[in-house]
Ligand binder design. Structure first.
Ligand code: SF4
Length: 361
């Protein structure tokens, strides 16, 4: 059972071949944390991100050498690449020449409007998507002076001003917006205010959210709140962790809201004094296996034979451990009893069998 979500209608835009907004699914994106100048390391990470389900990737271009590496990265990348730039618009123009599909600009960090115009013209010529990435930490000084703090209202005003500038001066619409802060409620309020006024697609997430646990919690609060209200067209979960984790967290949120499902859901018990098997290890192995499957499936990993199958009745397939033995159950019924060391192999075989019988999954 899932909540009923009525998605807000936004303009459809494109980052390369990936449609965002309009009737497109909510997109999942991430950002590499390798040194962009290291082409191999960056491409390896992009391929890992793509395998996890990432649809668009952003890379930082801090200097000339990074932007030189970009052409090769874009050429080999299996997903559209967005260049992230601050301060120096000339690097942005070089990134556009290197065939990126998008650029992310933080207008608060640009001083020279003429140079910015030249970058926007270059993007328009090649249809490169521009994200106006407003960040509470780097708002324009005039707005900060007027509002006193980087309030949601100030962030929205900054985004509106820049959108109006690009649309009216350049007649360009392949634009999306983000309004990020490290405070989840401030982030939410900014997106809510913006979406009441304009229908440009929104890239949502909490910035500088922290490590895997705190960052996941902050992002889940903000992203779920917004998505439940129908706000948000593409998601980036920013974490101080391997960026592949960002992709997994994004899909977990989307799945739990009934918006998108990529790999199986796993029901797992927390274990208790009745557990006589190394359940945490079993769970990790099943979870790693499941992330490679692209199937709408519910699996269960339970700590004891007596309660496990009953407690995980809604699972398509599950395992439960006992003293040196384990059982495999399918739709609540026990179908195999195997030695603990053979449990995983037998379980994965049963999953393959199930998927052959249910190709629609
Ligand atoms: Fe405890 Fe068994 Fe329930 Fe797991 S399935 S929490 S081990 S009773």
């Amino acid at each position: 059972m899932y909540p009923e979500i009525k998605r807000r209608k936004t303009k459809e835009i494109f980052v390369g071949s990936v449609g965002i907004g309009g009737g497109n699914p909510i997109r999942v994106q991430s950002m590499t944390n390798t040194d962009t100048r290291d082409i191999k390391a960056t491409l390896d990470q992009i391929f890992r991100l793509k395998s996890a389900g990432c649809e668009i990737v952003r890379v930082a271009i801090p200097d000339e050498r990074a932007v030189s590496a970009l052409r090769e990265i874009v050429k080999e990348s299996p997903i559209p690449v967005i260049a992230d730039l601050h301060f120096d618009t000339s690097l942005g123009e070089k990134a556009v020449s290197a065939d990126v599909s998008g650029i992310r600009i933080n207008p608060g960090t640009f001083r020279n409007k003429k140079r910015l115009d030249s970058l926007i013209r270059a993007c328009k010529e090649r249809g490169v998507c521009i994200r106006i990435g407003i960040n509470a930490g780097s708002l324009e000084s005039a707005l900060l002076k007027r509002y006193g703090h980087p309030t949601p209202e100030a962030m929205v005003e900054s985004a509106k001003n820049w959108l109006e500038y690009i649309v009216s001066k350049h007649d360009y619409y392949n634009l999306k917006v983000s309004l990020k802060s490290s405070n989840w409620w401030q982030t939410v309020r900014a997106y809510e205010l913006f979406s009441e006024a304009l229908d440009f697609p929104l890239h949502i997430g909490v910035t500088e959210a922290g490590g895997l646990i705190p960052g996941t919690i902050k992002n889940t609060m903000a992203v779920s709140y917004l998505l439940l209200k129908g706000i948000g067209d593409t998601v980036r979960i920013s974490l101080t962790a391997d960026p592949v984790e960002e992709v997994y967290v994004a899909y977990e949120i989307l799945r739990n809201l009934g918006l998108r499902s990529l790999y199986p859901d796993i029901i797992a018990c927390p274990t208790c004094g009745r557990c006589e098997i190394d359940l945490i290890r079993l769970y990790e192995e099943v979870s790693a296996y499941a992330k490679k499957l692209r199937a709408n499936l519910k699996l269960a990993v339970m700590g004891c034979v007596v309660n496990g199958p009953g407690e995980a009745r809604e699972a398509d397939l599950g395992i439960a451990g006992g003293k040196g033995v384990g059982i495999i159950f399918r739709e609540g019924k026990i179908i195999q009893k195997v030695k603990e060391e053979e449990l995983l192999k037998a379980f994965f075989e049963e999953i393959e069998k199930f998927l052959k019988e249910h190709p629609e999954r």
